[in-house]
Design a protein around this ligand. Sequence first.
Ligand code: GCB
Length: 612
Amino acid sequence: MLSVRESTTREVRVLDGLWRLYVPSPAEDALALQQGALPGTREVPVPASLNDLFADPAVRDHVGRYWYQRSALVPHSWAGERVILRFGSVTQSAAVFIDDELVTEFKGGYMPFEVDVTEQVSPGASFRLSVAVDNRLDNTSIPPGELGVNAAGKPSQEYKHDFYNYAGIHRSVYLYTRPHKFIEDVTVSTDIEGGTGVVNWSVEVKCTDDQACGRQDLEVTVLDEAGNLVAEGGSENQGSLRIADATFWTPGVGGMYQLRLRLLQDGEVRDEYIQPFGIRTVEVREGKFLINGREFYFTGFGMHEDHETIGKGHSNAHMVQDFELLSWIGANSLRTSHYPYAEEFMDYCDRHGIVVIDETPAVGLNWGITGGIIGGSTGGTYEEGHVDAGTAAQHRLEIERLIARDKNHPCVVLWSIANEPDTAVPEARDYFEPLVELTRELDPTRPVGYVNVMFAPYDRCTISDLFDVLMLNRYWGWYVNSGDLESAEINWTAELEGWTQKYPAKPIIITEYGADTVAGLHSIFDQPFTEDYQVAYLEMNSRVFDKFDSVIGEQMWNFADFQTKTGYARVDGNKKGAFTRDRRPKAAARYLRGRWHSLAPAAYGRRDSHSA
Ligand code: GCB
């Protein structure tokens, strides 16, 4: 799905701001609240999570639908255009109404969706826009969850992943125009031949009204970052062009071009869409991860979209601060754990050369654990009502949507189709084999991986051979051998030897290793939860990684402290951050900064704007 981009033929209005909010009681839930103004006086910011905003547990702990509403205006000048309503994400699902009418429903909390509302709105008039935002997770959602009723008879929500189930309209809402005949999709893939960049494109053109859709010609051109025309691609819907002395997209640097697509009729531009892209190659060969044919070593973090007050809402200010800290610390990469991030985030990574492992929201598909490796619940994973055919169907959809949204981002070098699913059982293979095939079919240009949990080591995992790269989350010295870093080092080394021997051709990225740390707590001893322990833990991990050529990356868990469901193992959230939740560095941040900047020669193309 194309991002919303203003062009000479597409006008965009942003519907962010304060909307009205109503939280219905369970008895009211099924009511058609869109048929008029919402009751009450509450207002809610968009984009943002709503859970941390109100001094009312009934809002924070609500399980079910929240009703959002605002009015919006369609300018007179939009007469004759198609009008599209687009949401960047609504978590976990949405039903959208214009005045009294349901115009679309969408399930999946981290993906954009849009609907053509031309027939429901009138130029020069306003309309009532209502959204039922539903935070429920069950066996047909990704991530999955279990709904129930607590001892007091209230609806309850269980889930297996270790981050708070924030709800809300988390990303921007747009109303935009599109011509009747329009550019619906474009796919760009690139290759490098010496100093020449090869750009392959394929464009889908669609028409919403036969009468308005005469013959039109496509014009394909490439512009460089300064807006100069550097190549012309002809008028076919698919083709290939070559750029001599091209600038290649480079980790730590960036390097973008624009593919300008125009539909022309009698010399006039009828639709224009400008798709940014970068020229680069990605390949896994002989145990190495190659970007533009050069070995790449990943440094960085598993992240979260998580901030105080706004929860999972997108904010450009918070995003820029996070990227500044990533640059300061010497991170050249990140994983969008455990769901796709905002489109603005991906665009920023493109422009700044930040390498991304792009993950689906398939987290918590493991009934043996609840976040990290803390106690699981009863029953097996691949059972009816847990992870079943309904979950698999939604998982397929999430892979399709992720690739459709992010396929043109040069920053994305690897797909992660799940985080820590239960893969020590044979059923995992039946579940995952078709998903791996699907991913490869949809995108033959990028390697595919999944993130492996500690309970499915090399001699127990039933699916690792299906993937190009091994991604391991390991907590030796934290959940296992807690406080005993000597044993942890021996056991961790032995485990990595096992993986390397079993899969000699597969490179290994350590996608999680971390220790909860309370900022300001210190000890002269190896005392878990202290800043000193976190540093000693990281030093031990570094020693282990450095023993293995097969380890081609380290992404510490987590960039910053983040909110989780409460429970006896979490005190106001997960504290494994190198930074606190308000982005102050712990001692670990200085340690990582020293290490990652000194790894510069190994980490191809590192940004050096803040050399240590
Ligand atoms: C993991 C999970 C991550 C948790 C982390 C932890 O393995 O992938 O979502 O937050 O452990 O801190 O327990």
